[in-house]
Every structure is written in C-alpha cells, then in structure tokens.
Design a protein around this ligand. Structure first.
Ligand code: AMP
Length: 113
C-alpha cells in the first residue's frame, strides 16, 4: 500500500534498523522502544489484521521469525513478550500487521491500561 509506513520500510523508502528478514517477513527495531529489546516482526506483504479475509498461515512465519530473533538477541533464556495491537482501544498506530517482540528485562505481568 503506497501510504503505509511499514510498506515504505519494506520497500526501503523509509530507513529502518533491520535485524533479520526472509522471503515473507522483515524484522526491525521499534523507533520508540519500550524495553531494552523491542523489535517489530512484519509480513512483507501488506496485511491488515482487522480485514475479514486473511491467510492466517502468515502467523506461522511471524511466530517462527519472532522466536529466531529473540534467540539471536539473547532474550530467549530470560523470556520475552509478543504483542499484537488491534484497533484503537489497543492503541494501534500502524494498520500493517506486526508483532512486537519485547524483552531484555523483567516485564512484569500483563500490560493493562
Ligand atoms: P502499534 O501501536 O502496535 O501499531 O505499533 C506501531 C509501532 O511502530 C510503535 O511501537 C512505533 O513506535 C513504531 N514505529 C512507528 N514508526 C516507526 C518507524 N519509522 N520505524 C520503526 N518503528 C516505528
């Protein structure tokens, strides 16, 4: 999508600190990190999780990539959190599907309000 921030990152139109990529996914550092390690794992294809028709097989690729980069960043032993924000009540800013990978410190219990 031409006006999508993350599509522009995939296309190289907007700079990003990339951590990993494969055929279907890209991982880069969040510009406003909420933990010592805060990565975004996205499909290269524009997918809006709120759409009714999604090929959910992409989640296998995203989850596998999240686990791989967590290991590479050394946060798999201590543990990490994956977050998917959907819609305004979750504070979603970018419509392009993405998983947040957060770790590198004790994150406490679930984040609510
Ligand atoms: P969400 O609120 O789940 O939609 O998360 C969007 C995330 O994208 C936020 O954590 C932002 O800090 C992050 N973000 C916004 N612009 C950029 C950018 N240019 N590069 C990296 N991360 C970004």
């Amino acid at each position: 999508m031409s006006d999508c921030l993350f599509c522009k990152i995939v296309n190289g139109e907007i700079p990003s600190n990339n951590v990993a990529e494969d055929e279907k996914t890209l991982v880069f550092e969040d510009i406003n990190p909420k933990a010592p390690v805060h990565l975004l794992v996205i499909p290269k294809e524009h997918i809006d999780y709120k759409d009714s028709e999604i090929d959910y097989s992409i989640f296998g690729d995203l989850m596998a990539m999240a686990k791989k980069v967590a290991k590479e960043k050394g946060i798999d032993d201590g543990g990490f959190r994956l977050i998917l924000n959907s819609g305004p009540d979750a504070g979603q800013e970018v419509d392009h599907l993405h998983l947040h990978v957060l770790g590198g410190t004790s994150l406490g219990k679930m984040i609510c309000i």
